[in-house]
Write a protein that binds this ligand. Sequence first.
Ligand SMILES: [Zn+2]
Ligand SMILES: [Zn+2]
Length: 299
Amino acid sequence: MKGEVVFLGTSAAVPTKDRNHTVIFFRYERDRFLFDCGEGAQRQMQKAKKSIMKISHIFLSHLHGDHVLGLPGIIQTIDFMGREEPLFIHGPKGTKEFVDLIYSIPGCDAKFDIVAKEAKGVILNTDEYYVESFPLEHSVPCVGYVFQEKPRKHIDDEKLKAMGIKPGPEYKSLKDGKSVKFKGKVLKPEDFIVEEKGFKFVYVADTRPTQTVIENASGADILVHEATFTHDALDMAKQAMHSTAREAGEVAREANAKQLVLIHYSPRYKDDELDKLRVDAQKNFDNVLVVRDFDSIEF
Ligand SMILES: [Zn+2]
Ligand SMILES: [Zn+2]
């Protein structure tokens, strides 16, 4: 297991008794992020036993209150706790101004650095993965995010065995990236290297479904997509620039995703009615998960 996704908030617009505003905790190896940071984020993290001190990057989709109002509380708490490492906050146009506004709240003048940046293209790039943003279509500037693990290269043992190369000096040299002579032929390591596609996680917050979303979600292992309404409320979804569960299913199908996770449900659906959203999405895509607060997926 390399990481996990914990859904700490799944409600749209207003929280309900059982559903917090949108917050997603994401861990890959030692790195921990939040995707969106709705009100109540820090208590949800406490309940899920996740340390807010270990979060290095927060990726905001947009500046509607249900996605960002947890930020002032988190900044104040980690400042109290003596944070020294910088906190990186990414988001659409206006994110830096929003963070500056938080700084101006008495008691929120953090002693650690907060680096707020407008998310455009690749915003985080390490040896193992990168995080990229792409535009969504909502009533205010809004972005989606792709977490893409880089492909891993390894020597195809089966291919070597098939050629009769058993563990020994030639085998070791090829594995070390050196060409070898075997039965009069020169064997190059690149002929035995296989590339394993890396894990892909895509977060699509508030949006109408678009071709850009489909392209960016292409081949996602986990596609988290908002599903504010069921399809009988399509007019409402269009008016508020949201998606229906059925539309999210269509995006997952067109993108050839492996799994679709629905979040951001309108409070009009009670907790025992959420299955309606799953059924609606499954009109277009089979592997659908309707998550509730604190549900998690390991990968
Ligand atoms: Zn929202
Ligand atoms: Zn919104």
